[in-house]
Design a protein around this ligand. Sequence first.
Ligand code: ATP
Ligand code: MG
Length: 390
Amino acid sequence: MDHVIIVRYGEISLKGRNRGFFEDKLVDNLKLRLQEYPNLTYYKKDSRIYIELNGTPAEPVLTKAAVVFGVVSVSPATRCSTQFDEIAAAAVAETENAMKRGKIKTFKAQAKRGDKKYPLDSQEIGREIGACILRRFDGQLTVDVHNPDLTVYVEVRDYAYVYSQKVPGYGGLPYGTSGKGLLLLSGGIDSPVAGWMMAKRGLILEAIHFHSYPFTSERAKEKVEELARILSLYCRRIKLYHINLLEIQTAIREKCPEELFTILSRRFMMFIAARVAAHNHCEALITGENISQVASQTLQSLHVTNAAVDIPVFRPLIAMDKMDIINMAEKIGTYETSILPYEDCCTVFLPKNPATKPRLEKVLQHEAALDKEALIKSALDGLECKIITP
Ligand code: ATP
Ligand code: MG
């Protein structure tokens, strides 16, 4: 008898010929995430990944494995031979441990026979194991098949696996299986969530932040670095670019109508992000934009922003409600940092009445008053890059 973690991965099993690639990547990512536990060993079987603990405590391995993208759920399990007596002993031990963890009065045993040659079918295994548990805890437990306090799962394959806990993961695809994207990371609530969602779909993240130092503070920059650090818990490391937008903002303020200030700033962010992306082999931009949330995110404004670049722009939050975005930010751990009250580069010169329905031709006309290439070049010359790790 020994102890393993069962790692289930759902969607990857739908991948046809590429399945092996996704599975191997997931194993690699699990190994990286769990590299502080040198005794773990891994194998793929039964459309899952098994992690043999070899004496490592299950709890920290379980919590860390659960947050690796691609993982649908994890279970700490006892692995034993398929001999009925051994399975029964493991099931009784599993029940006993569960009773130590919390108050349990009712249970059921649920079995799955992966090996069709096994002499008992799934129903019979469940019934027999249930009977063994009942005999052992006579007077303490009763069976409830509909709403039990505890379900003891038994899977009979080439080994038997016995477990009672399933810790949900985030699902998605293994990090690094979908190419690389550049996240426009502000200090707000939305953009970290947008980046997290794309990383969950397998995209490697790099991030770019625009500040208006000295009008925005060093603290505001540190806040963004902290957000990147939280994201790096899911992504291992994040390359973060800082760009000073102040010269561009000053030029816009001098030469363009006030109501277009935000939308023009946004277009310059896109121009610069697209160049940084191209230079660093990022194949998409990612923003936290959300339809009609603010003046710069109406359909017309998004069109004007979008027209600044050719590269695909992903906006995973586009149709989400703010409350749902906040819930997600809390779940992934970025919310508390996002609400720290440091100024953002866009709020520094916020127009009183920003255009809510800008027309592209008109915006382009006004933009022509600026020396676009020189401004972009000057901003890029000041680019600062940091590698952010957990
Ligand atoms: P967030 O919570 O992400 O700041 P928001 O509601 O404040 O979003 P805006 O300020 O209009 O929205 O920004 C929309 C998107 O533009 C952000 O989600 C982000 O992707 C990008 N963005 C805005 N400001 C910056 C910045 N200073 N640096 C990098 N990207 C930015
Ligand atoms: Mg913002």
